[in-house]
Design a protein around this ligand. Structure first.
Ligand code: AMP
Ligand code: GLY
Length: 411
């Protein structure tokens, strides 16, 4: 079966590698010069039997609907389902209607500034203010200070902080506990678990510094057993899918459930309507099943098989460019990718790269490469990943040294 992956990052590189395993022809649009099969032909003009859409922006913009209207088989929700990620206020309304555990909240528009401040004052302590719309993972303020929270409300609602994405906000009660990402593949009616992982949002070791799109990930998460996953499916994912169906949404795609494991049990922090990046890079290579078969069944609305994963562990370390996330420097020549790939258990996935006029791979974004190590346990996978990292370099290359460190020791 020929497959077209839409997107250009490390997640799409991982998807393309795993989709290509069974000999299927895979193109990636627009991809990047480090992903085999990349093409600048737009998705509407690609001739493929299955389309898999990676990032949220084309999903929210209705690419899946447009392709389906052309008679194409698509794995990825339509714009109606993608609202789960495109509007936090709508997502929270769906969750509350479905009885899914989540933080208490209220949504406010720009002309409800006073009401927003009044609601803030009723909250017990940790204050959380979010943009309703997409803000590249940056539109969230979490603070213990009421004055800072009030200031954030003003900056969001005025449009000063995030433009139109912030003119509607969600204010919610702060939750505490470890975070966990659980993934499911959905066919509109049923959802099957597609792994879980821990990611690392902050730029520097010890979870300090700027918030990023993700500096690394690992799977499995030692504290997460089958009972916790079953609870998340029963209390969060399945009721959400049922609530979407009740609203007429036929959700066929990955559902990313961002959770906080609170003292009162798992609660949903957010949904994303796609696989996580860099969680996909750790989870997908461990799939033993045929990904093309699974995603085409889901895209047809009739999932029959359960994904089966290897018992191995995987650790993904993100290599970023100098200045990321504020102002990534680009154009630096990257060395050592092939040497890293020659090591047993190492793969290198390309995210923010382009080619210079001599055909060399150069940095072209913030998160440049993902080095994935695989092994029988987290400690081995982690060692393998960092051995791979040691072969790669460019001026100003940055990465975290502590991806999966405490989990590998705990295992
Ligand atoms: P979101 O974009 O909704 O995933 O939020 C980004 C990050 O903000 C999450 O990964 C959490 O670390 C934090 N966060 C979001 N909502 C809450 C909440 N209600 N309580 C505590 N932290 C939160
Ligand atoms: N790793 C976080 C995300 O994909 O949004």
């Amino acid at each position: 079966m020929s497959v077209c992956v839409v997107g250009s990052g490390g997640r799409e590189h991982a998807l393309a590698n795993v989709l290509a395993r069974s000999g299927d022809e895979v193109v990636v649009t627009p991809g990047n010069p480090g992903i085999p099969g990349s093409t600048l032909v737009p998705p509407d003009d690609v001739d493929a039997e299955l389309f898999v859409i990676g990032p949220e922006i084309p999903l929210v913009d209705g690419l899946a609907d447009r392709l389906r209207a052309q008679g194409k088989l698509v794995f990825g929700p339509g714009a109606d389902g993608a609202r789960l990620e495109g509007s936090k206020a709508w997502m929270k309304a769906v969750l509350v209607g479905a009885g899914v555990p989540t933080a208490a909240h209220m949504a406010f528009t720009a002309d409800e500034h006073e009401a927003a401040l009044a609601f803030l004052a009723t909250l017990p302590g940790l204050y959380v203010i979010k943009t309703d719309g997409l803000a590249a993972g940056k539109g969230v303020t979490v603070t213990e200070s009421l004055p800072d929270a009030r200031q954030a409300v003003a900056a969001f609602l005025s449009g000063e902080a995030f433009g139109d994405a912030g003119r509607t906000i969600v204010i919610e009660e702060g939750m505490t506990g470890p975070e966990l990402s659980v993934f499911a593949a959905c066919d509109g009616k049923q959802a099957v678990v597609f792994g879980s992982a821990q990611d690392f949002k902050r730029i520097d070791d010890g979870d300090v510094g700027a918030n990023t799109g993700g500096m690394g990930s690992y799977t499995p998460v030692p504290e997460v057993g089958p009972d916790l996953i079953a609870t998340v499916m029963d209390t969060c994912v399945e009721p959400t899918l049922a609530a979407l169906r009740a609203r007429g949404v036929d959700y066929r795609g990955f559902l990313y459930c961002g959770l906080m494991l609170t003292p009162d049990g798992p609660k949903v922090v957010e949904y994303n309507v796609r696989f996580g990046d860099p969680e996909a890079q750790a989870i997908l290579p461990l799939l033993d099943s045929d990904l093309v078969a699974l995603l085409s069944q889901a895209a047809h609305g009739a999932l029959r098989d359960q994904p089966v994963f290897s018992r191995d562990a995987a650790v993904c370390v993100v290599l970023s460019s100098e200045g990321y996330p504020q102002s990534p420097r680009t154009g630096d020549v990257i060395s050592g990718i092939d040497d890293a790939r020659d090591l047993a258990g190492v793969d290198v996935l390309c995210a923010g790269v382009s080619e210079d006029d001599r055909g060399r791979l150069v940095t072209a974004g913030g998160r440049v490469l993902n080095v994935v190590g695989r092994g029988a346990d987290l400690l081995t996978a982690r060692t393998v990943a960092y051995d791979g990292v040691a072969h790669i370099g460019w001026p100003g290359m940055h990465y975290r040294n502590d991806i999966a460190r405490s989990a590998a020791v705990a295992m």
